[in-house]
Ligand binder design. Structure first.
Ligand code: 1BO
Length: 306
């Protein structure tokens, strides 16, 4: 049996939560028992998340060490160790923390910082600064680990091919890979690869929310398999999707549904009390619909992931 990161299997996602709503969401989540908060500099809300963390810690009467906090290094902040360290320190300041439990390379893409400071590496669909290799990015992450300001390092949006290559030269193995994962995008090959190499997996968008998806893209909430199982358990299909994600591989898999509404924050967490039968898990595994809800090519405005 591999040993995996001791990351709480259920966390709060903050991607696409506005700064106005996220402070209250994080505070509420911590008050009702969440112990894992997922953040990123590019979500442009880390200072508001930081306020929520502080208020949540105070309200719940817990310590910083009782929480697991993940953040991610953005693509234009990896040109040198100094640039990456500045980005990490900004994240720590915004989150009001002196260390992160986990720091991830946000995408397997990196570009030199733009002279005009713009966050995006491209203009009019063209990359405007030089690319940086994953090897160089990972060397920087390994150096950040040595500062003690991050306890573990990992990756996000990596494919099996990226990981396979990284494992041939890394000095420190990535502790975790965070990817879009839900019943319509179960990432079976990637999950099997990661778990067999002792790399934990976090599922982002576990309810199939996305970006840049064409209008009319089917929602997992309309999936008959999920709806039938949800009816039997008297819950919303979202609860079934969340419990499926943490049940089908009992070790090494965590989920971070985003919500800013107190009642959803609570019902999402409650989903973890459900017990799904093996037949129910298999029925969800067998769903044939396959949709990636974050269209990477549209997101990057260039066909990088083709
Ligand atoms: C663009 C952000 C994807 C999830 O972190």
């Amino acid at each position: 049996m591999k040993s995996f990161l001791k990351i709480p299997s259920f966390g709060l996602g903050t991607w696409k939560s506005s700064p106005e709503e996220v402070t209250g969401a994080v505070k509420h989540a911590i008050s009702v028992g969440y112990r894992h908060i997922d953040c990123a500099a590019c979500y442009e809300n880390e200072d508001a998340v930081g306020k929520g963390i502080k208020e949540g810690i105070d309200a719940a009467g817990i310590k910083r060490e009782d929480l697991w906090i993940t953040s991610k290094l953005w693509c234009t902040e990896k040109g040198s160790y100094e640039i990456a360290l500045d980005a990490l320190e900004k994240t720590l300041k915004d989150l009001q923390c002196d260390y992160l439990d986990l720091y991830l390379i946000h995408w397997p893409l990196a570009f030199e910082k733009r002279p005009d400071g713009d966050y995006w590496p491209r203009t009019d669909g063209k990359i405007v600064t030089e690319p940086i290799s994953i090897a160089k990015q990972w060397e920087i992450m390994e150096k950040l680990l040595e500062t003690g300001k991050v306890k573990h390092i990992g990756v996000s949006n990596f494919t099996v091919a990226h990981l396979y290559d990284l494992l041939t030269y890394c000095k420190v193995k990535p502790a975790l890979c965070q990817v879009e994962l839900h019943p319509y995008n179960p990432q079976n090959r990637l999950v099997d690869f990661c778990l067999s190499h002792g790399i934990s997996v976090t599922a982002y968008s576990p309810l199939g929310s996305g970006d840049f998806v064409p209008e009319g893209t089917p929602s997992i909430f309309d999936c008959d398999v999920l709806k039938d199982i949800a009816k039997k358990h008297d819950v919303h299909p979202s609860a079934i999707a969340l419990r499926w994600a943490t049940s089908r591989r009992p070790a090494g898999l965590s989920v971070i549904p985003k919500s800013a509404q107190p009642k959803h924050i609570e019902s999402n967490l409650k989903s973890q009390e459900l017990v799904l039968s093996e037949a129910e898990i298999k029925a969800i595994d067998d769903i044939k619909t396959r949709i990636r809800m974050l269209d990477c090519d549209a997101f990057w405005e260039i066909p990088l992931f083709c």
